[in-house]
Design a protein around this ligand. Structure first.
Ligand SMILES: NC(=O)c1ccc[n+]([C@@H]2O[C@H](COP(=O)([O-])OP(=O)(O)OC[C@H]3O[C@@H](n4cnc5c(N)ncnc54)[C@H](OP(=O)(O)O)[C@@H]3O)[C@@H](O)[C@H]2O)c1
Length: 237
């Protein structure tokens, strides 16, 4: 039986992925701050879930993950789905700071712990949900886009490190467009995927151990276009 941990399983994409993994016979460690949501999930299949409730911005993530992994008897897959971000046209520092605490600081602590664990055990798969937002900057949510760019870049570094290690360690960067969850903010949303569809596509990407996956698939076109827009045009948008 394979064992996975999902950070951020109380709602949205992480919550759907937890259900999907259990349907595919995984033992799943689920985390998030809202313990009631974790308990709700566990009631659906009590033998399949292990709960650990903590705030990634204040907890010692490495300690929490080691504890949970020991309870589960090991780990094959870690999915990092926790994330935050807000529209911040007035550049309220509190919003930017909170975004960085989770999307940069806690992210780094968690992916580093996972990489070192997989390195020590000779194999494993790390998946993190970044965003299409990480491709270019944003005047509406500067820290969110910048933190997602950090994640994309960091994961590329870890992928290089995994390849050099010559061990079967896989690093997957999932870049969603819009998914219908609490996180999807702002006007003008298009190609919005349901969280069920997003989770199904992410699970497919995980099974194929792809390095990068756009969700839904057609968002790679947007990524391509975003990269091609010259900066003198982009800065006027
Ligand atoms: N929805 C979209 O359109 C979209 C698009 C691109 C990328 N993404 C990315 O996808 C990931 C998942 O987001 P989602 O759309 O599924 O939104 P969501 O439903 O709001 O899920 C966010 C998850 O992060 C957890 N979380 C937030 N702050 C936390 C903290 N301080 N400590 C621990 N856990 C925390 C939440 O759990 P608690 O609140 O219980 O702690 C929740 O489980 C995020 O990284 C997001 O940036 C989403």
């Amino acid at each position: 039986m394979k064992r996975a941990i999902i950070i951020g399983a109380t709602s949205g994409i992480g919550n759907e992925l937890a259900k999907l993994l259990v349907q595919h016979d995984y033992l799943v460690g689920i985390t998030g701050r809202r313990v009631a949501e974790l308990e709700k999930l566990k009631r659906e299949n009590s033998g399949a879930y292990f709960i650990s409730s903590f705030d990634c911005t204040t907890a010692n993530n490495a300690e929490k993950l080691t504890e949970l992994t020991n309870q589960m008897g090991g780990l094959d897959l870690l999915i990092l789905s926790s994330g935050t971000g807000d529209l911040n046209e007035n550049l309220d520092f509190e919003i930017e700071h909170n975004t960085n605490l989770l999307n940069v600081n806690a992210f780094t602590q968690i992916v580093d712990w996972a990489f070192n664990y997989f390195q020590a055990h000779g194999k494993g798969h790390l998946v993190a949900i970044s965003s299409i937002a990480g491709i270019r900057g944003s005047r509406l949510a500067p820290a969110y886009n910048a933190s997602k760019a950090y994640q994309i870049n960091y994961l590329e570094g870890l992928r290089q490190k995994a390849t050099k290690s010559k061990k079967p360690i896989f690093i997957t960067d999932i870049r969603p467009g819009f998914v219908d969850t609490d996180m999807a903010k702002g006007d003008g949303q298009f190609w919005v995927a349901s969280k069920e569809k997003a989770a199904r596509q992410i699970f497919g990407i995980i099974k194929r151990k792809k390095g990068i996956g756009y969700v839904t698939k057609r968002w790679w076109i947007v990524a391509k276009i975003l990269r091609l827009i010259p900066s003198w045009v982009y800065r006027r948008m």
